[in-house]
Design a protein. Structure first.
Length: 269
């Protein structure tokens, strides 16, 4: 059983929903990331989503684009991110880590070589935004060979055939994008999300996490009422950016926000 599956199984037995915060690795500087991950776990994060900075993050809005730019100024590469994961694993052997990014850095490294290195570092899942399942056969095989879960996105525009296809190849959980658009927008419609998730669950028993548009405790609680996991990114990255010149304040500030989200999610169930 993978760490991701084990965590969702544990949460289900406790009748709780997962909180998955997202931050970009190396933002605003590399030495902030690992202490921040530990702080968010201590505050109530169940899984961690670590963004791989990329020069053209097409699915991301201006907040995460800026985070990528800050990280890339420090030459944060995929190799360096795996070093961060390895460092994190020295103190935390149980919290699942998912890398979220784009295919190019993995393709340059080589699927098999990357998968081997990522598994050794302690990566549990990977979400490549720009890799459709129809073109992912080799990629999925390389990740599955080392027990790394392949996570795919579904959106309001996904039809039944798409839901079925993603359900056939995904593992770990499915990431449902709550609206059409990029990260950081504010167009969350929980009733529409609920309707779509009911349809999706006809095709999969995997947990479903919902992200994009969750900006505060209230919206997190609403999503927790219909999804298995609440994924929060841009609001945390915005807060991080506000403390970019005060790196010592980043972990406490984001931990406080994660704790607030955790409390709201727990009270909703």
């Amino acid at each position: 059983m993978s760490r991701i599956e084990a965590r969702f199984t544990e949460l289900k037995s406790q009748h709780r929903k997962a909180l998955i915060p997202f931050v970009t690795a190396g933002d605003p500087q590399p030495d902030v990331t690992v202490p921040l991950l530990h702080a968010m776990v201590a505050a109530g994060a169940d899984l961690l989503e670590l963004g791989v900075p990329f020069s053209d993050p097409m699915a991301d809005g201006p907040v995460i684009q800026a985070a990528c730019e800050r990280a890339l100024k420090h030459h944060v590469t995929l190799h360096r991110i795996l070093d961060m994961v390895s460092e994190f694993r020295q103190q935390d052997s149980s919290t699942p880590i998912i890398l979220m990014g784009y295919l190019n850095p993995v393709e340059v490294w080589g699927y098999t070589e990357f998968a081997t290195a990522a598994a050794a570092a302690g990566v549990d899942g990977i979400l490549t935004v720009d890799l459709p399942p129809e073109e992912a056969t080799e990629f999925i095989a390389a990740m599955n060979a080392v027990d790394i879960d392949c996570i795919f996105l579904l959106a309001p525009t996904s039809d039944e055939s798409r839901m079925r296809k993603i359900s056939e190849v995904a593992s770990g959980f499915i990431y449902y994008v709550s609206f059409k658009g990029v990260t950081g927008a504010n167009r969350l419609d929980v009733s529409a999300v609920s309707s779509e998730l009911k349809e999706l669950r006809k095709y999969t028993d995997l947990p479903v996490g919902v992200g994009f548009g969750i900006r505060d405790a209230e919206s997190a609680a609403q999503v927790a009422g219909v999804a298995d996991a609440v994924i929060v990114g841009s609001v945390l990255v915005s807060q991080l950016a506000a403390f970019a010149d005060q790196p010592g304040q980043i972990a406490p500030a984001l931990a406080a926000t994660v704790a607030e989200l955790r409390s709201a999610i727990d009270q909703a169930n």
